[in-house]
Design a protein around this ligand. Sequence first.
Ligand SMILES: Nc1nc2c(ncn2[C@@H]2O[C@H](COP(=O)(O)OP(=O)(O)OP(=O)(O)O)[C@@H](O)[C@H]2O)c(=O)[nH]1
Ligand SMILES: C[C@H](OP(=O)(O)O)C(=O)O
Length: 207
Amino acid sequence: MRAVIPYKKTKAKSRLSSVLTLKEREEFVESMLKDVVNTLSDAQIKNIDVLTTTSNSIPDNLDVKVITSEHGLNEAINSYLKNIQEPVLIIMADLPLVKSNHITDIINTKKDVVIVPGKGGGTNILYLKKPEKFTVKYYGSSFLTHCNIAKKNLNAVEIYDSFLASTDIDEPHDLVEILLHGQGLSRKYIEKKFEIDDSRGRLKLKC
Ligand SMILES: Nc1nc2c(ncn2[C@@H]2O[C@H](COP(=O)(O)OP(=O)(O)OP(=O)(O)O)[C@@H](O)[C@H]2O)c(=O)[nH]1
Ligand SMILES: C[C@H](OP(=O)(O)O)C(=O)O
């Protein structure tokens, strides 16, 4: 089996622009990518592909295969899947809280498809035992879309329930979860700039 991480660094995370500059956002997404790659490695995933928009956005020291595509997210992933004849784990790059035991739980499923929902209706992780029978359609309520695609084309779907695996980092309020639960490079990056305001459990910028 393989894992593929869709990754965009250029102008990344516009939803965080109120709290991080563009340079900081691009540095931050790189730290999250490294955390995801480290988690996959800890789960003994040997074949890790990073599907990115521009090859110059990947650090040299990552043990991954870099695949570039100028296409948008859906077209890039569906083109990638056309060349895959083995089970594939599609894991987003903005999931720094996922742990290796989540990955092993997911790939040891007895079902054809595992879907890990994101907050607000997204899809954080897809595990496809038969990728040739699946087409991704991210954005909007992609979680429901992917459930329907799976049920139409395959018969056995597992919805994997995990607070940490469902916590994708999109909005400023998501950053507090990294301070509360993170253990990797992205936590080191964020704690330089933010701390938790204990009075309300809310994030505030470090003075
Ligand atoms: N290869 C590729 N990955 C993408 C693309 N757009 C987003 N991604 C990745 O897909 C995952 C989810 O994307 P988003 O949460 O929308 O990331 P984003 O577009 O940087 O965030 P916003 O600008 O706030 O929407 C992240 O791992 C992104 O790095 C794309 O056009 N190509
Ligand atoms: C790619 C998209 O991410 P979101 O915008 O929901 O974080 C999705 O999961 O469908």
